[in-house]
Design a protein around this ligand. Sequence first.
Ligand SMILES: O=P(O)(O)OC[C@H]1O[C@H](OP(=O)(O)OP(=O)(O)O)[C@H](O)[C@@H]1O
Ligand SMILES: [Mg+2]
Length: 168
Amino acid sequence: MADPRADKAFPVSWDQFHRDARALAWRLSDKGSWQAIVCVTRGGLVPAAVIARELGIRLIETVCVASYHDYKEQGGLEVLKPVGQSFIDLGGGDGAGILVVDDLVDTGATAKVVRAMVPKCHYATMYAKPAGQPLVDTFITEVSQDTWIYFPWDMGYSFQPPIAQGEK
Ligand SMILES: O=P(O)(O)OC[C@H]1O[C@H](OP(=O)(O)OP(=O)(O)O)[C@H](O)[C@@H]1O
Ligand SMILES: [Mg+2]
C-alpha cells in the first residue's frame, strides 16, 4: 500500500528528468555491461530510452505491470506481460545480463514481482522511497515515503496562487 499520507510533492520537469536519467546512465556505466534492457511499463519506458541511448543498448524488452490504477491508489498488482523467455535466457536463464529500468520504486511491490522473473538482473530506478530501496541496485535520488513524485508526463501548466494568499 502506498503511504496514504504521501502529501509532500516532488514535481519533476522534463529537463530535470532528462538530467537525472543521464546521471543514472553515468552511474550505471561503470557497474557492468548488459546485453538488454527490460523496461517496466509504462513509467520505465521514458528513462529506458535515455539509458539505452547513453549506454548503446539496442535490445529492449518490456515487462508490463499495473499497480496504481488511480491517483495515489495502489490496486491489485497485475502482470499484463511477463519478461520474454528469450531475454531471461540471455545470461543463462536467471536474468544475468539484464538491466531492469523503472521510473521509481515506492513500496517495492512491482520490483519484487519483476525480480522474481529475472533474479540476477541489475535493477535501476530514477527515484526510490525507503520501503522499496532494498530491492533496487542503483538509483539517483531518494525521496521520503510521505512524498508523491509528479512526473512531467502527468502534469500541465496551471495558475499557482501566491504563497501569501494561502496563509489567509
Ligand atoms: O514500488 P511500487 O509501490 O510497486 O510502485 C512503483 C511502481 O508504480 C508505478 O507504476 P504504475 O503501476 O502506476 O503503472 P505505470 O508505470 O503504468 O504508471 C511506477 O511506475 C512503478 O512501476
Ligand atoms: Mg510503473
